[in-house]
Ligand binder design. Structure first.
Ligand SMILES: Nc1ncnc2c1ncn2[C@@H]1O[C@H](COP(=O)(O)OP(=O)(O)OP(=O)(O)O)[C@@H](O)[C@H]1O
Length: 591
């Protein structure tokens, strides 16, 4: 899928617009009671607005004609009372609807977010984070008006149109027909506009997404950009994306803006026909001034909701592409999930077995990264994985945690095939430390607790002491309550590593996976990190993608990975004696 760059538009499945609209409005069903209340209130306000012209007709035709001042006064008081009721009703229904539409947005956003959380690494490999962000924030936001207007405008306007039409037809069908002669022009115009505009809004959303993706990536890599003085190049790309974004907007808005004039013109023509036919063809005397006046109010009452409906339709076509993008993600199948009969993995002993495991990444199914790999690791063993870059070391450890599904063969942990156990019970017993010791913004304590959310403060300190992180934590401004910023900016690389060790330690993993960082750190911290690693390795099965000489030598066994297979396996001494691949690697790196 060509979604993994900010410069290329995302691909999207073609879905019927009707299906998307129905699916979107189905979210409103969860708030049936509130919507029924809103509709009830609206029934009242619509009735009031329908009565107003009739009151006026009565005042002119009866009260004024009979010079009945008292009657006129009563009609006036009645009109004011109804107007106040109308105002209160409108305010209340707007409040309820604002609450309902915001709740629906919350539900959609939560559903989307939860689904994204359950998608595997494969999904994130193929999408820039910024594009995912754009869907969670921007696309969801743009549904707000559509949802709230659907109840507060669509339904009442539709009812108003039907009511006004009925009253007009009953009162004088010839005048009514005259006023409606222009409806077919409106219908044809709207059809033409909407077929064009939907495609253009879709492009606009994709361009917005590209821009989001790029800005996110750009800001994440700002240090690299500045250190390579590449600001001008990034500015150029940014400018290009903004330009595309702008053009796609103009492109869509030019067509979308035709909606307004179309309605105004047909409204104007309708009004003209009403007066022309009313006065010239039927004759004012026949109709009565009061009725004529009431009719001209009804005609405005008829066209105003028609204009609203056209606007709503315009908004719907504008934003339906956002709904499509949201559902596109919600419908993305979760590839890695619990099998139907998955069982809980009991407390781990730590035996790991690969049986003829093959693997290819989804985007290149024919390129085998692992080719029939088999090995068996006893509980408590430390395995160092070494080999040239791109050999498949990280892939092996990712498969143990089931971040990707094997293409062939099977992986067993404590004699249980990993697909037969629940993901939660599997991953919660793994301690994974990658080279990117990602820290979240929050306190040091929160960050360590991330390893096990129910860990007590004592357990957190204990873990930090065990991996030698306690000493430096106590030297920070507020100790464990010191706030650290996003990604741990403000801490040295070594300190970040020590915190990540404490986080892993507190999770008490049955199997430890360590992608050792090769970063150079000062000798004192290096020593602390080294000791931290040793504590972590004790009494648990560990896989280390090893770069440190000391870790490799102390490992129980070393697997030399090359071109997706294990070329050699054995202890440091055994492999050195063999004078094979490991010997050469060792000589080239450490001699
Ligand atoms: N997400 C991915 N999608 C597609 N191909 C990938 C992905 N991750 C890794 N690869 C490819 O798989 C191969 C093995 O990658 P892997 O990360 O397992 O190597 P490694 O031995 O850990 O390398 P290094 O020592 O550089 O970290 C590489 O050729 C790489 O290009």
């Amino acid at each position: 899928m060509s979604v993994n760059t900010s410069r290329i538009d995302e691909e999207q499945k073609e879905v019927l617009k009707k299906d998307t609209i129905i699916r979107l409005f189905r979210y409103l069903l969860a708030y049936k009671k509130k919507i029924v209340l809103v509709l009830f209130i609206m029934g009242g306000t619509i009735t009031i607005s329908m009565l107003a012209p009739l009151l006026m007709e009565y005042a002119v035709n009866v009260c004024v004609a009979q010079k009945d001042i008292n009657g006129l006064l009563y009609v006036g008081i009645g009109a004011i009372g109804l107007f106040l009721l109308f105002l209160v009703g409108t305010k209340v229904r707007m409040r309820i609807m604002a609450e309902v539409s915001n709740r629906v947005l919350l539900n959609i956003r939560e559903e989307l977010y939860q689904h994204i959380q359950s998608l595997g690494f494969g999904f994130f490999d193929s999408r820039p984070t910024g594009k995912v962000l754009a869907r969670i924030i921007g696309d969801v936001n743009s549904l707000k008006d559509v949802l709230s207007d659907s109840v507060t405008q669509l339904i009442p306007d539709f009812i108003t149109v039907i009511c006004v039409l009925s009253i007009m037809l009953i009162k004088n069908y010839r005048l009514a027909m005259a006023a409606l002669l222009t409806i077919p022009i409106l219908a044809v115009g709207m059809f033409f506009i909407q077929t064009n505009v939907h495609k253009r809004w879709r492009v606009y959303r994709k361009k917005t997404s590209n821009l989001n993706g790029y800005v996110h990536e750009d800001l994440s890599g700002i240090r690299i950009i500045q250190s390579y003085a590449a600001e001008d190049e990034t500015k150029e790309v940014f400018h290009d994306l903004v330009d595309q974004h702008y053009r796609s907007f103009i492109d869509a808005v030019i067509v979308a803006d035709a909606f307004g004039p179309l309605v105004e013109i047909t409204w104007g023509m309708g009004g003209f026909l009403l007066y022309f036919i009313g006065i010239k063809v039927v004759g004012v005397e026949q109709i009565g001034i009061g009725t004529f006046l009431a009719f001209s109010t009804y005609i405005a009452m008829f066209w105003s909701p028609i204009r609203n409906l056209a606007n709503f339709y315009n908004k719907l076509t504008t934003n339906i592409s956002a709904a499509e993008r949201i559902f596109d993600i919600i419908d993305t199948e979760v590839e890695i999930k619990d099998e139907e009969n998955a069982v809980e993995l009991k407390e781990l002993k730590g035996e790991v077995r690969f049986e003829e495991v093959s693997f290819a990444y989804g985007d290149e199914p024919d390129r085998l990264i692992l080719d029939h790999v088999s090995f068996s690791v006893k509980p408590g063993e430390t395995i160092a994985l070494v080999g040239p870059t791109g050999a498949g070391k990280t892939t092996i450890v990712n498969l143990i945690s089931r971040f990707y599904e094997v293409t062939g063969g099977e992986i067993f942990i404590d004699d249980q095939e990993i697909r037969s156990v629940t993901l939660k019970s599997l991953r919660s017993q793994m301690g994974i430390m990658t080279q990117d010791n990602f820290l979240f913004s929050g306190t040091i304590r929160d960050n360590i607790r991330y390893g096990r959310l129910n860990a007590t403060d004592e357990e957190i300190e204990e873990a930090a002491k065990a991996v030698n992180a306690h000493e430096f934590i106590m030297k920070t401004e507020k100790g464990y309550d010191t706030e650290i910023s996003e990604r741990g900016a403000g801490l040295s690389i070594g300190q970040r590593q020590l915190l990540a060790f404490a986080r892993t330690m507190v999770s008490k993993p049955g199997i430890l996976i360590l992608d050792e960082a090769t970063s150079s750190i000062d000798t004192h911290t290096e020593l602390l990190v080294q000791k931290g690693i040793e504590v972590l390795l004790k009494e648990r099965t560990s896989f280390i993608i090893a770069h440190r000489l000391s870790t490799i030598r102390k490992a129980d066994r070393i697997f030399v990975i090359d071109q997706g297979t294990i070329r050699e396996a054995g202890s440091h001494d055994e492999l050195m004696k063999l004078e094979g691949a490991y010997y050469q690697l060792y000589q080239s790196q450490f001699a």
